[in-house]
Write a protein that binds this ligand. Structure first.
Ligand code: KIV
Ligand code: ZN
Length: 520
């Protein structure tokens, strides 16, 4: 169990959810969503927020510069390749930051240098010196990374790191870019670098481990044991391919196992559950049920033996308190007899404070749901309230929907939409019921956006489970994701499509620039 930790050595938490995390295929976030995540990271005590890769797109540039302005505590970091154009762009995006950091990187492994960069070792060394020197002209806080460090020839890595420090790098990051390392190897690599490089004590060493073999967290912690004092990680472990080391696992491992890892982080761990939900919502990446720390089942006890043990003493089956990560220990199951008081308590336990009007609307929807569903779980309430918040200010909404489908019946949707207060009704047919619904929406509100993604998730188990539907639309390079939740999957689908349309309207009004894809 946890103890006081003020005297322990500090391990900096560098969160890259908004940069490496956003590189997960399909995890793109809007500017508003990135600001919301950044605000949460700043509030929970993240030391450094990597807010994006400014040169890669106007959208990333804007995100970094807006986050730079809003951060109250965290260092804000922008990524840059070794070229001056990248570095200068990062410097420009970070102008409004109280505490800016430029993070510049270049590949150092033989396979990357030969096939990706087509540069020899001497040219790479020149680029290391020049890029760090350039970045130091723009800020005192410069991080340098050796991309694919764990597959780099050791002598060459030492030369690169020594030069980066001599040129002014204050943090040296040693990425296991392809998730190839093992904890023992990574421990030895960090130890060797710190013991061999003459100026190693002038910089903080950092870990950046990918999870291709499921060892990202173990490798990062091995790095800490070897002397690294910064860990790069993401909420829910999202990131390229199999992802990055998960922030919540690093933080809780250091908190729970101080006996063998005597370090502290500055993270308020009670905000972990909310941060995890937020990132899952904005990226549309569900969190695996049995995910450590933040999975739905991480603090659930199913078997009679475990429940019996838990009732006798919680430490029989729990190594940390659910409250320490922001999860309420006991799950109060709500049903149709629950009143406003219980509902309000539940909302507050789940981290929601709704304005009275929104609360009344959410309560009405909760009662309607409780009539349809045997058990209303926490996840149902989260989906219901999020749906209410998501759709609260929409200009277009679905007023009525009736769908005909079945064996031997041509699927048809009878729909009434309200557009800016005006009712419009039609009947449309399609290849299936969802196709018919979407055809009806297109007929009632003509638009050129194309459908990129249609995804259905069950919020809980059982045939009466609520469904959450995500719909991604694309128009002239702008993409938006809409969401809907209902026990009726078809209603959720219609709401999700209409919610995406509403978001598109907002983007059109604001003339949000197209997100360009750039080499990452
Ligand atoms: O995985 C990696 O090597 C990276 C670098 C850009 C730090 O993300
Ligand atoms: Zn990475």
């Amino acid at each position: 169990m946890t103890t006081g930790s003020e005297s322990l050595e500090h391990v900096r938490i560098f969160d890259t959810t908004l940069r490496d995390g956003e590189q997960s295929p399909g995890a793109a976030m809007t500017l508003g969503e990135k600001l919301e995540v950044a605000e949460m990271l700043d509030a929970m005590g993240v030391d450094i927020i990597e807010a994006g890769f400014p040169v890669s797109s106007p959208g990333d540039f804007e995100a970094v510069s807006e986050i730079a302005k809003l951060a109250k505590n965290s260092v804000i970091c922008g990524l840059a390749r070794a070229g001056f154009k990248d570095i200068d762009r990062a410097g420009e995006a970070l102008k409004g930051a109280r505490r800016p950091r430029i993070h510049t990187f270049i590949s150092t492994s033989p396979v990357h240098m030969k096939h990706k960069l087509q540069m020899g070792p001497n040219a790479v060394l020149d680029a290391v010196g020049a890029s760090v020197t350039r970045a130091r002209q723009l800020t005192d806080d410069v991080e340098w990374s050796a991309e694919d460090a764990t597959r780099t020839e050791r002598d060459f890595l030492c030369r690169c790191v020594e030069l980066a420090i001599r040129s002014g790098a204050t943090t040296i990051n040693i990425p296991d870019t392809v998730g190839y390392s093992t904890p023992q190897e990574y421990f030895e690599l960090i130890t060797m670098l710190r013991n061999t490089i003459p100026n190693a004590d002038k910089a903080i060493f950092s870990t950046h481990c990918h999870n291709d073999l499921g060892m990202a967290v173990a490798n990062s912690l091995a790095g800490v044991l070897a002397g690294a004092r910064q860990v790069e990680c993401t909420i829910n472990g999202i990131g390229e391919r199999a992802g990055n080391a998960a922030l919540e696992e690093i933080v809780m491992a250091l908190k729970v196992r101080k006996d063998v890892m005597p370090f502290r982080t500055g993270i308020d761990s009670t905000m972990i559950a909310r941060a995890s939900k937020l990132v899952s919502n904005v990226t549309n990446f569900p969190v695996q049920y049995n995910k450590a720390i933040v999975g739905k089942n991480a603090f659930a006890h199913e078997s009679g033996i475990h429940q019996d043990g838990m009732l006798k003493h919680v430490e029989t089956y729990e190594i940390m308190r659910p409250e320490d990560v922001g999860v309420k220990g006991t799950s109060l199951v709500l049903g149709k007899l629950s009143g406003r008081h219980a509902f309000r308590e539940k909302l507050s336990a789940l981290g929601y404070e709704l304005a009275d009007e929104d609360f009344q609307e959410a309560f009405k929807r909760f009662k309607a749901l409780a009539d349809k569903k045997k058990n209303v779980f926490d996840e149902d309430i989260v989906a219901l309230v999020d749906d209410e918040v998501v759709r609260g200010h929409d200009k277009i909404f679905v007023k009525a929907l009736k769908v005909e489908s079945g064996l031997g019946i041509a699927p048809a949707a009878h729909m009434t939409l309200v557009v800016d207060g005006e009712e419009r009704a039609t009947t449309a047919t399609g290849d299936g019921p969802v196709d018919a619904i979407f055809a009806a929406i297109r007929a009632l509100y003509p638009h050129t956006a194309s459908l990129q993604l249609f995804q259905v998730h069950a919020v809980t188990e059982g045939t009466d489970a609520q469904a959450t539907v995500s719909v991604r639309l694309e128009e002239n390079g702008r993409t938006v994701t809409g969401k809907g939740a209902d026990t009726d999957t078809l209603v959720a689908a219609a709401n999700a499509y209409v919610n995406a349309l509403n978001k598109l309207l907002v983007k059109r009004e604001k003339q949000v620039p197209e997100v360009l894809t750039a080499a990452r």
